[in-house]
Design a protein around this ligand. Structure first.
Ligand SMILES: [Zn+2]
Ligand SMILES: [Zn+2]
Ligand SMILES: [Zn+2]
Ligand SMILES: [Zn+2]
Ligand SMILES: [Zn+2]
Ligand SMILES: [Zn+2]
Ligand SMILES: [Zn+2]
Length: 582
């Protein structure tokens, strides 16, 4: 491998072996992209920490408003567990409005109404007379029924999956029943059902929560992820699965969620294959076997011996001239049919064009995944050699950028398929406008593609075996290309957000922002009580990575390049604006 670097290629890069600028690149951390300097905000909520996470929010509301747990829960469910929003409503509109908005009615406790042992009372539902003290229960709303009737009511509701909001039995009473009462009445006779009730309540924290989602890994890892401020993001669970927080599918930017949904269906559908068959074959009118046409002649003959007209599919005799088939005329009908076929064919070829490229990059990224195993070996060999530089973070950093940009590249194809196709934005752009935008985008895409391939090539080199000066050259190339692909990805996202999706009338297409460091890895959730950092958690912001009082609890992660520890990843980051300093 002597000619791995030709003189011509060298000119494509932003700078060559200029030791001074390289020193600057390695040590200057002050110009990090703002995205990469912000601390982790996404949290992994495990089965164990789920209860703690929920309690924390409940406690804040209970303490501030002096409420019972089920009242706090009713308010929180109504506001989809968004404590900040709930408090904002409280400040803006007051307590009464907050309560009535959530359907919460708090009748003042009236002790004279509580059933006592001395009284015999009649249950309005079953009309039986029972001793008040042991057999009747009064809810907060003031309605009082016998325990058997309450228990029967709760059983029905829990089995219907309504744990979160079991309402009072009284006619037109909307009050939510006290959880403790439900639990104690149900568990007496049906402990299993009481467990189910509790499980539903806990899971409401995930299912009714705008900011919390189950990790969508299969098989399910059991974790949920909580994000702090923006639901439009991509996260990585501690199980390693990366997904789009908005739609829960695998991370797919720069495709929008709805584009990805369409693309997924399109790829899984057999419809394209079916389409191919309709374009290329016709069923025989006699035996219905698909017959392929070979040659330009529109009279085809099936293996069963039947002849038919390719244009209309009608059975014919065998004789024909250049312009007509004997005893057969399909007239005007054939024109429409032909146009339809042309269109289907064009659509299919267009889809295949984008799908092939999308698939090629997905396949490459699978192959490159294997690089992470071998590349650590290469680094350890290099470390033992007496090279003039001792820092090999450019290798892992370069590989990380390669993975990241390869993903961006593959998902940029389905994006382009929909962005410049007719399915979604037919009336959004004129044909000329579409062409200009498509050219702009494809230029960026091709530049990115070229640089990604180069980066991949250099990282695959057996550079641990190379002579010192060649290792130095490889290092320069990898650093330059890492910066280049990052900048190109960033430019592409900006172009999509501003020029392409940003110019549309329909505002439903949004993409998760690009981050040079890759998709954010969620850190473990620890409740403020556990961490002893009450203020830090309660403020819901300002929870920066430097703040030791709420730094994520470290737990041993699987050995791997990017999982060794979190600070390594940040240190490896290359300043994105190095290009400007050329
Ligand atoms: Zn009753
Ligand atoms: Zn009631
Ligand atoms: Zn997971
Ligand atoms: Zn999505
Ligand atoms: Zn046939
Ligand atoms: Zn012929
Ligand atoms: Zn015909």
């Amino acid at each position: 491998m002597d000619d791995y670097l030709s003189g011509e290629e060298e000119d494509d890069y932003y700078y060559t072996s200029d030791q001074e600028s390289l020193e600057g690149l390695d040590h200057d951390q002050s110009n990090l992209h703002p995205l990469s300097s912000s601390g982790n905000t996404a949290k992994v909520i495990t089965k164990e920490s789920l209860l703690a996470a929920q309690r924390e929010d409940l406690r804040r509301v209970m303490e501030l408003l002096s409420l019972k747990e089920h009242h706090a829960r009713t308010l929180l469910i109504h506001h989809r567990w968004d404590v900040e929003k709930l408090f904002a409503v409280l400040v803006e509109k007051g307590k009464d409005c907050l309560f009535s908005g959530a359907g919460l009615t708090l009748a003042g406790d009236d002790p004279t109404f509580s059933p006592s042992s001395s009284m015999m009372m009649t249950c309005d539902i079953c009309v039986e007379d029972v001793a008040g003290h042991h057999h009747m229960t009064r809810m907060d709303c003031g309605h009082c029924f016998c325990n058997n009737c309450w228990a029967a009511h709760f059983t029905v509701k829990i089995n219907e999956g309504q744990s979160k909001r079991i309402r009072c039995m009284a006619y037109k009473c909307n009050a939510i029943c006290d959880e403790d009462v439900v639990r104690s009445l149900v568990s007496k006779t049906q402990p299993d059902l009481a467990d189910k009730f509790d499980r539903f309540l806990i899971e409401s924290y995930i299912e009714d929560n705008k900011m919390v989602k189950w990790c969508s890994s299969t098989p399910h890892c059991g974790n949920a992820i909580r994000v702090e401020d923006d639901e439009l993001c991509e996260v990585e669970c501690s199980c390693g699965f990366q997904f789009c927080f908005s739609c829960s599918y695998q991370a797919h930017s720069p495709c929008s969620c709805s584009m990805w949904e369409l693309w997924r269906k399109k790829c899984h559908d057999e419809s394209e294959t079916v389409n191919w068959i309709t374009v290329h074959t016709k069923p025989c009118p006699k035996c219905y076997k698909p017959v392929e046409k070979n040659g330009g002649c529109n009279l085809v003959t099936c293996i069963c011996g039947q002849s038919f007209c390719w244009l209309c599919g009608g059975a014919t005799g065998r004789d024909h001239t250049w312009s007509s088939i004997s005893g057969h005329s399909c007239g005007r009908y054939q024109e429409d049919k032909e146009k339809q076929l042309e269109r289907a064919k064009r659509d299919l070829y267009r889809y295949m064009h984008y799908h092939n490229r999308y698939k090629a990059h997905i396949d490459s990224s699978k192959l490159e995944d294997r690089l992470s195993d071998t590349i650590l070996e290469k680094v350890s060999i290099l470390e033992k050699r007496q090279l003039q530089f001792k820092d090999f973070s450019w290798v892992t950093s370069g590989l990380h950028r390669l993975f990241r940009s390869r993903r961006v590249l593959s998902y940029s194809y389905p994006f382009a398929f929909y962005m410049f196709g007719e399915e979604l934005f037919k009336d959004e752009m004129s044909a000329e406008e579409r062409e200009i935008k498509q050219n702009l985008f494809e230029d960026q895409q091709q530049q990115l593609e070229a640089n990604v391939e180069k980066l991949s090539k250099f990282l695959e080199e057996p550079f641990d075996q190379f002579a010192d000066d060649k290792v130095t050259q490889i290092r320069i190339q990898v650093i330059n290309l890492s910066v280049a692909v990052d900048t190109l990805c960033k430019t592409m996202y900006e172009c999509i957000e501003n020029e392409l999706l940003g110019s549309l009338q329909v505002g439903i297409h949004n993409i998760a922002p690009y981050s040079s460091n890759g998709i954010e890895r969620a850190s473990d959730f620890i409740s403020s009580r556990e961490a002893g950092g009450e203020k830090c958690q309660a403020s819901n912001s300002g929870c920066s990575s430097e703040d030791t009082s709420c730094s994520p609890r470290k737990r041993p992660r699987k050995e791997g390049i990017y999982r060794n520890n979190q600070t390594t990843l940040l240190d490896l980051n290359l300043p994105a604006d190095v290009i400007e300093r050329k």
